[in-house]
Design a protein around this ligand. Structure first.
Ligand code: ADP
Ligand code: MG
Length: 607
């Protein structure tokens, strides 16, 4: 394999789109000790990306070797690998970018009389020339992916790519408020963030006034080798996606399941399926984390995950209860409720099962450690942001576990159904229950979808159980989809689907997740492909590919109808033991509640 090709392969991991180029270049500027970093783009970064810094700059030798593979100046010894404090350490970014673009680097060390300029095209470079650049480094990436059309085709509109870039820059700006960041798009200035020592000021500039006013400082919390700081917003400000959830580990943005679950648990399970809005900064002893597990370094492996989880939970819940005590007197706990809350009481003690939910069914070895959550935590008398259709249901005193299998009524748990009694089946399709709050209708297909989805998500790290097909089959794809599917083979694999190219436009499918009936196989695969290639999903492909698969599989594997009272009861129990019981992964309600007051009102009776 030639050097250029090797770099292009590596580029596939490091450089997905203009935003990932910017991430690498800005990280390099940060590592170089820059105080001001300026980013300019043209046409969504596809035509041009230019990152200029006032960092240490490079000598002639440095700049020549910077574009050679694994020529990092940062990783010196084997021990360093276990103790990474700098952002870059692989020495892969510049060569990768160079192999898929026209690259120009201008650089000058602060004490040098002259600077150097070097041009690289498709991995081939010309001798450095002297240049009159000011101290620091300026890197221009022109025509990204000009020589790898398949990747280029994968890019979205320039508006969308710009949005990714802006998000990426926000992440950098949040991680380093003490650095000035300038962003220009097609010649126009988009922002110029002055350096500040106050994170809140930076957040305020990046969001809006209303949000900034609601920010609650997280109480600085310490765990073994861990310090947690940041800001958070009240539970009512949660969002359907994680767009307003910013998490950083040692100044590196991360997107980690363990952390986001700990955040949700810190909020005490009252986020009703929404993602809390938060700016969470973890400072962790570098020896306790391994950031080397993911090429773009968004996921991390904690050596003591339970410490991380319990410290996050403690930080958030202490912050919120402290705030709550100050702002919302106990006599009027639901003062801010936006929807009518029919749940009479929020339990006075958060059940262990809820606060420890990320540990349920843990898959990877590290995650198996046990957690002792803060038992004395008081709950949050804050609004439950549910849609008006889906009324909150009192949380059970102890939550059943997620282990129940779908087809094993023998494992049925007794008495843990929230006081719901089964009263009947409507139209062979809705199970009806009552409790003292009112009437609940359960939608069996939606409920099954939620249950299967959560079971699949708990299998995320180990991969989905799959079975070989007795008769492998072939599917034909249009060329665009073909390329996309080809790039996503590893994700298919992880989801239990073995798919491989078989000729120019065809793919061969050899195994499927065990949950899928083989008679449905072809339709299922085509559905998944449609889903992955839909304009909406394309951009997310990869990052949340597993979740997309899990959603699709849950949709496919769930079925309508209900056979018996026992089955209804079992379904309800399993549903209530889910982490987000009230809706499917795509937001369809699973359980609709009609409160007695509501029913009375309908009959013209006052409560
Ligand atoms: P890494 O960051 O993993 O070391 P890169 O490929 O990103 O690898 O960069 C290679 C090397 O080029 C860096 O180790 C550093 O020595 C040098 N370099 C890159 N960008 C800059 C910059 N903006 N200022 C100074 N040196 C830089
Ligand atoms: Mg780097």
């Amino acid at each position: 394999m030639s050097e250029t090709l090797a770099s292009q392969v590596a580029a596939g991991e490091v450089v997905e789109r203009p935003a990932s180029v910017i991430k690498e270049l800005v990280e390099n500027s940060l590592d170089a000790g820059a105080h001001t970093i300026s980013v300019e783009i043209q046409r969504g970064g596809i035509a041009l990306i230019k990152v200029t810094d006032d960092g240490c700059g490079m000598s002639k030798e440095d700049v020549t070797s910077s574009v050679l593979r694994h020529a990092t100046s940062k990783l010196l010894t084997q021990e360093d690998l276990f103790c990474i404090t700098q952002l870059g350490f692989r020495g892969e970014a510049l060569p990768s970018i160079a192999s898929v673009s026209r690259l120009k680097i201008g650089t000058r060390e602060h004490n040098a009389l002259e600077g150097w300029e070097i041009l690289i095209e498709g991995g081939k470079f010309l001798e450095p020339r002297t240049s009159g650049i000011s101290p620091g480094t300026s890197i221009e990436v022109g025509e990204l992916f000009y020589n790898t059309p398949a990747r280029r085709q994968f890019l979205k509109s320039k508006e969308t790519e710009t949005a990714y870039i802006e998000h990426q820059l926000h992440l950098h700006a949040l991680s380093f408020p003490n650095i000035r960041f300038i962003f220009k798009k097609d010649g126009a200035s988009i922002f110029d963030l002055p350096a500040t020592s106050d994170l809140r000021t930076r957040i305020a500039i990046l969001t809006d006034r209303r949000t900034a006013q609601m920010l609650i400082p997280i109480e600085t919390t310490y765990g073994p080798g861990i310090t947690i700081t940041g800001y958070l917003l009240p539970p009512s400000e949660g969002r359907r996606n994680k767009k307003s959830q910013f998490t950083f580990l040692n100044h590196r943005p991360i997107d980690d399941l363990l952390v986001s679950r700990a955040i949700r648990d810190g909020y005490g399970g009252f986020t009703a399926g929404l993602h809390p809005s938060i700016y969470l900064f973890l400072e962790v002893d570098p020896g306790l984390v391994d950031v080397n597990v993911h090429p773009s370094k968004k996921e991390v492996r904690f050596r003591r995950p339970s410490d991380i989880v319990s410290t996050i939970i403690e930080a958030i819940s202490n912050t919120l209860t402290e705030r709550t005590r100050q702002n919302f007197p106990e006599s009027n706990p639901l003062a801010l409720t936006p929807v009518e809350i029919i749940a009479p009481s929020i339990p006075t003690k958060i059940p262990d099962e809820i606060t420890t939910s990320p540990q349920k069914n843990q898959k990877s070895q590290e995650h198996k450690e046990h957690i002792t959550p803060n038992q004395t935590r008081t709950p949050l008398p804050l609004p439950l942001p549910l849609s008006p259709l889906v009324k909150p249901i009192p949380l059970p005193a102890t939550q059943p576990t997620l282990h129940a299998t779908l087809d094993a009524p023998a494992t049925r748990r007794q008495g843990n159904n929230n006081g719901f009694h089964f009263i009947g089946i409507l139209q062979n399709n809705y199970a009806l229950f009552e409790n003292k709050e009112g009437l609940a209708l359960l939608h069996p297909k939606a409920a099954r979808e939620r249950i299967i989805f959560e079971q699949l998500m708990t299998a995320e790290h180990s991969g989905m159980p799959s079975q070989m097909l007795l008769a492998p089959f072939i599917i034909e794809l249009d060329p665009r989809d073909f390329t996309l599917v080809e790039e996503m083979i590893p994700y298919f694999d992880h989801a239990g689907i073995s798919i491989s190219p078989f000729g120019q436009k065809t793919m061969r499918v050899e195994s499927l997740p065990t949950l899928i009936k083989s008679s449905d196989a072809k339709r299922f695969i085509l559905d998944i492909i449609d889903r992955m290639t839909s304009p909406d999903q394309r951009k997310k492909a990869g990052k949340i590919a597993y979740e997309t698969f899990a959603t699709g599989i849950a949709q496919k594997a769930s079925f309508s109808g209900i056979a018996s009272p026992e089955e209804s009861q079992e379904l309800l129990n399993q549903l209530l033991s889910c982490e987000v019981p009230y809706c499917t992964p795509t937001g369809t309600p699973t359980l609709i509640m009609y409160s007695i007051p509501e029913i009375n009102r309908k009959f013209g009776l006052s409560r």
